[in-house]
Ligand binder design. Structure first.
Ligand code: GDP
Ligand code: IMO
Ligand code: MG
Length: 428
């Protein structure tokens, strides 16, 4: 099973980091193909806890070649902060490869991200403020800075001049900020150029050759389906393709080479930032999920909004990603609930929708149609086979599988690497 894509099936933070890390011992390459340091993945290995943002979670597995693909936007300073922090903890990061075509987050794009949000006021997206949106906007507008530009100061300077010509008008005249100089920007971008140079590679060639040689490549998606710029809850999304198609464009590996697409999905739902969320709980139950599930952002520390599992979204994710498997995470968080409601459809102004409404305004008005499933009170964190789970927990999993339309191949029962039930081998 050489090429496997892992994506988030909801609004992020489903536990993709743990899922990727778990497969790490059995894969040769782990590729991050979209997003940047807006991601936050917590990986727990024994007593050690790691928080990764820009680096692929595969970096924690000895033997894995971690790759940052062309679809990623890189904050070079953050890259080295993360690498240095891992080295200080004894992690070998020497195999990291970085695409020469990946775009770099210039300092003015961090500034623009923050001021744009402030300017939007009540209409803000609730971004992570890392410069992600403006950097992807530059990429599409063809005024972006790429990793390869860091090795030719003359070209870099020209590109920065071109970009700042426009941006300074915006910063000064619209946002009332000081103008940013070309010199300070170029100096900033060149700070780490010599450090990054040995890592830079034609990662498309590297990955295709690896697949030719029968190696196993795991494509690790940042963010998630409902945050995808095309398929998510636009405009309350991130600025990249976090769905499975992004694995191809963001790494230069064609769709004919992908064998399996795994969606990671929580046993309930969370979202960080603004935007519609039909099954959201604004009451004590939402607080219960937040506290029990530890639902606070790894990147910004913001409390995550919490709600019930949404089977409409699970079906939608299955479709737009072509999911072959689901990894259901955090089942243990639901332990102790007498009943566990699941959103099976939406009610939009009295009309039932079994699938995602066509119109965004309808999704904003969608109220969840809930079906209650019986809960369980037994501690399940030690369960390692499906049969170890209490009957009602088994029923819950089987009901979600039926409603979601994709088989549930693994179940998370705790944050630790080992706390997983495997029903079907994800790489077999
Ligand atoms: P990611 O962005 O998709 O990698 O997810 P995050 O790391 O942002 O959030 C998932 C959180 O849930 C992390 O703190 C994980 O350690 C934790 N986690 C993952 N799987 C499980 C699970 O099955 N049970 C519990 N209790 N925690 C889990
Ligand atoms: P992982 O990989 C959850 C959200 C932000 C905001 C929107 C746009 O850990 O699942 P951006 O800074 O990307 O322009 O913000 O997207 N967001 C995430 N939410 N998990 C993430 O990553 C996210 N990355 C971005 O909160 O609503
Ligand atoms: Mg996260």
């Amino acid at each position: 099973m050489p090429a496997v894509v892992v994506v988030g099936a909801q609004w992020g933070d489903e536990g993709k980091g743990k899922a990727t890390d778990q497969l790490g011992a059995r894969v040769d390459y782990v590729v991050k193909f979209n997003g940047g340091n807006n991601a936050g993945h917590t990986v727990v290995i024994g007593d050690e806890k790691y928080a990764l943002h820009l680096l692929p979670s595969g970096i924690l597995s000895p033997g894995v070649v971690p790759v940052i693909g062309n679809g990623v936007v890189i904050d070079i300073e953050v890259l080295f902060q993360e690498l240095d922090a891992l080295v200080a903890r004894g992690v070998d990061v020497s195999r990291l490869q970085v695409s020469s075509a990946a775009h770099v987050i210039a300092p003015y794009n961090r500034t623009l991200d923050k001021v744009t949000e402030r300017f939007l006021g009540k209409r803000r997206i609730g971004t992570t403020g890392r410069g992600i949106g403006p950097t992807y906007a530059d990429k599409i507008s063809r005024v972006g800075i790429r990793v390869q530009d860091l090795f030719d100061e003359k070209i870099l300077r020209q590109k920065v001049e071109g970009a700042l010509d426009q941006k300074n008008h915006l910063l000064v005249k619209v946002y009332n900020r000081r103008a940013i100089t070309v010199d300070e920007t170029v100096d900033d971008l060149l700070t780490y150029a010599e450090r990054v140079r040995p890592m830079v590679a034609d990662t498309t060639l590297v990955l295709n050759k690896a697949l030719d040689a029968g190696k196993t490549v795991l494509f690790e998606g940042g963010q998630a389906t409902m945050l995808d710029v095309d398929h998510g809850t636009y405009p309350f999304v991130t600025s990249s393709n976090a769905t499975a198609g992004g694995a191809c464009t963001g790494s230069g590996v064609g769709p004919t080479r992908i064998d399996r697409v795994i969606g990671v999905i929580k046993a309930y739902t969370t979202r960080v930032g603004e935007g519609p969320f039909p099954s959201e709980l604004l009451d004590d139950m939402g607080e219960f999920l937040r506290q029990t599930g530890g639902e606070f952002g790894v990147t910004t520390g913001r409390p995550r909004r919490c709600g019930w599992y949404d089977a409409v979204i699970a079906r939608y994710s299955g479709r737009v990603n072509g999911l072959t498997d689901l990894v259901l995470t955090k089942l243990d968080v639901l332990t102790g609930l007498e009943k566990v409601p699941v959103c099976v459809a939406y009610d939009v102004d009295g009309v039932r929708h079994d699938e995602m409404p066509l119109d965004q305004s309808d999704f904003h008005h969608a109220r969840p149609v809930l079906e209650e499933l019986p809960g369980w009170s037994e501690d399940i964190t030690g369960a390692r086979t499906f049969e170890d789970l209490p009957t009602n927990a088994q029923r819950y999993v089987l009901a979600l599988e039926e409603m979601s339309g994709t088989r549930i191949s693994a179940i998370g029962v705790g944050p630790d690497r080992e706390a997983t039930i495997v029903r079907h081998d994800l790489l077999g």
